[in-house]
Write a protein that binds this ligand. Structure first.
Ligand code: 13P
Ligand code: SF4
Length: 301
């Protein structure tokens, strides 16, 4: 029996739901019940009726699903799939900022460890960060861990004092403006669609900046026939299936998150069979990290 058929069988048998991020391998997106960006998947994890969630993403995503839905069993095809950026702020730095400013909100990109979420006032994703920061009563914002998403928000919300932290996504930050210009030279009519985790120099030459879901929606609803995609190359699967007649180009080297690619079909089948790679978050951490996550869901509506 082929792996996909067996996965379908196990899903029904076990009342399981498969969630996959747009950066997961194509064949995993194909069998998933829900595919989306991190905000969408966090909402699905919370609202789903299924008792078993298999999260094809990276650690912070599985962890957030467990924090939001403690009574569900959350599995990941590979528990070692991690997001390098999730660790890129020193806890002491947060404490130091809190001492320095009375009127401070610590705004934590969801791409962070549960421990960092516990020290924060609110979580955000790339699809709701601007909206949430604008809605906060505090004037001073310490934005962690991503300096690039933080810098993008700072530009959009000039009325706040946004303090940046020196973290970034190594995959998006590696993409340079000259890589993009090289593709643009070859395809001059193509629109440049960029994830805000990219460096400022890339954001400056982009036609549109948004989360993975925003990029996908933009390409679907715009009349342009060609696009240069400045984010992880897993989004190509959805872009091509939504718009078979349009062309999508990626900068060379193609941005690829090796941790997301650990979610292979074989690993997904194995974890559905054995139910052995379960995500656990201790109670104390879970209760504290739930507060900024729920605040995000409420403010991000
Ligand atoms: P999204 O919030 O756009 O899904 O991005 C998640 C991510 O890991 C980007 O690198
Ligand atoms: Fe983390 Fe970057 Fe991979 Fe996204 S692409 S999961 S931010 S390392």
């Amino acid at each position: 029996m082929c792996m996909k058929t067996r996965i379908e069988e196990l899903k029904k048998e076990k009342n399981a739901v498969i969630l996959a991020h747009y950066y997961a391998p194509d064949e995993v997106q194909e069998v998933a019940d829900y595919v989306g960006d991190s905000f969408y998947l966090a909402k699905v994890a919370k609202e789903s009726e299924a008792s078993l969630i298999v999260f094809c993403g990276v650690q912070f995503m599985g962890e957030s699903a467990k924090i939001l839905s403690p009574h569900k069993k959350v599995l990941m095809p590979d528990l070692t799939a991690d997001c390098a950026m999730a660790h890129m702020v020193a806890e002491g730095k947060i404490e130091q900022m809190r001492e320095q400013y009375d009127d401070l909100a610590v705004v934590c990109y969801i791409n962070s460890t549960a421990k960092l979420k516990c020290m924060s006032d609110v979580c955000v994703t790339s699809s709701n960060a601007v909206k949430i920061v604008k809605a906060l009563p505090q004037k001073n914002i310490f934005f962690i861990p991503d300096k690039n998403l933080g810098g993008f928000v700072k530009e959009q919300v000039p009325e706040k004092n946004i303090i940046l932290n020196d973290g970034c996504c190594p995959i998006h930050a590696k993409l340079t403006a000259s890589d993009v210009v090289a593709v643009k030279d070859a395809h001059p009519t193509a629109l440049v669609l960029t994830h805000p985790e990219c460096e400022q120099e890339v954001l400056k030459i982009s036609d549109f900046i948004g989360s993975t879901a925003d990029i996908i929606n933009f390409a679907k609803n715009n009349d342009a026939q060609e696009y240069i995609i400045c984010t992880e190359d897993g989004v190509q699967y959805k872009l091509m299936s939504d718009n078979p007649q349009k062309k999508f180009w990626f900068p060379d080297p193609r941005p690829c998150c090796k941790d997301m690619k650990l979610n292979t079909l074989k690993a997904l089948l194995d974890v559905l069979e054995k139910e052995d790679k379960e995500v656990f978050v201790c109670d104390e951490l879970r209760q504290k990290a739930l507060i900024p996550l729920e605040r995000m869901l409420a403010l991000g509506k």
